[in-house]
Ligand binder design. Structure first.
Ligand code: SAM
Length: 297
């Protein structure tokens, strides 16, 4: 899949081309249906509690709270904003925010919340696939900060195109803040766990470029839910590929942090802390998350 933007040679058969075109929409359609279904689940989930946001005091996760700094007065583009909880939190802190997501129920919910919280003038929401963002949001070099967190890039096939989108929207000197599940942890999954094992099993090779295509009825925010739209396409993006993609798109790395905690129960064996973060039960064998800041040159 990652190679699909490579020019095709004359030996490409009509059948191969058909397969490639079908694949292009298949992953979007499947992932969108999956995310559409999760929106009402998440709106009702404890881990997406909106009480603080409704009280005017939305909180981000511990990692972003420690790293993000003052955003008052900044123009922020929040890619893959889901139903806008974090976007609206950023708006409450004085940023002017545009959230973008390809899920219509997510964007509807985000707009509804913005109205409810009287934040519609500070927070606007755009319905689009990240890769089509330039058409939906024609505001090149208009943002001080592009904000991308937790469970975003994993759903995207081409990390280099993603980095170009980020670069497209940043003004010179503007920054990307990215916080994500660590790719070395994503090598594992509970789906590959042996029946008697506590730890997740080997799931996807770190350097796999083909999509991981799974049918998974679970949702990380509600253990009781059984999803109908189970098909999911996701991609491994090694840390080196992410950093190289950003550098090649014209961004300079300011810092990179690896974390022994992640804000969702990535594996059943992780232990929830009082800070709302999840950690390995004993030894911190591998990082669970990473975050970075990169500046547009
Ligand atoms: C785990 S959520 C991200 C949560 C986010 N950190 C937040 O602020 O709540 C992943 C989001 O990515 C969106 N998404 C996945 N693939 C996308 C794509 N190709 N284009 C736009 N949005 C996408 C989904 O609709 C979903 O809302």
């Amino acid at each position: 899949m990652r190679g699909r933007s490579t020019p095709r040679g004359p030996l490409t058969t009509a059948r191969e081309q058909q397969k490639s075109t079908a694949m292009k929409t298949e992953w979007i359609d499947a992932n969108r249906a999956n995310w559409d279904e999760r929106v009402p689940v998440h709106l009702a989930a404890k881990s997406y509690d909106l009480t603080a946001l409704r009280a005017g005091q939305g909180r981000l996760h511990t990692i972003e709270e420690e790293e993000l700094g003052n955003i008052a007065g900044l123009r922020v583009l929040h890619l893959q904003c889901h139903f806008g909880r974090d976007s609206l939190t950023l708006a409450q802190r004085g940023a002017e925010v545009v959230g973008l997501d390809f899920s219509a129920p997510a964007i509807d919910a985000a707009r509804g919340l913005a109205r409810e919280l009287c934040l519609s003038r500070r927070a606007r929401f755009v319905l689009a696939n990240v890769y089509d963002a330039r058409d939906a949001l024609p505001e090149a070099a208009a943002f001080d900060l592009v904000y991308v967190t937790w469970g975003a890039i994993y759903w995207l096939p081409d990390i280099r195109r993603w980095a170009q989108i980020v670069a497209h929207y940043l003004r010179p000197g503007g920054t990307l803040y990215l916080a994500e599940g660590h790719p070395s942890a994503l090598v594992f999954d509970d789906l590959a766990r042996a029946a008697d094992a506590k730890m997740p099993g080997w799931f996807a090779p770190y350097f796999q470029s083909e999509p991981m295509v799974i049918d998974d009825a679970r949702d990380y925010a509600n253990a009781d839910v059984v999803l109908t739209h189970r098909r999911q396409y996701s991609w491994m993006h090694p840390l080196g590929s992410i950093i190289s993609a950003l550098r090649d798109a014209g961004l300079s790395l300011a810092w990179l942090h690896e974390h022994a905690a992640v804000p969702w129960p990535m594996f059943d064996c992780l232990v929830a802390g009082d800070d709302g973060m999840y950690r390995w039960p004993a030894q911190q064998w591998l990082p669970l998350a990473f975050s970075l800041r990169a500046t547009s040159r």
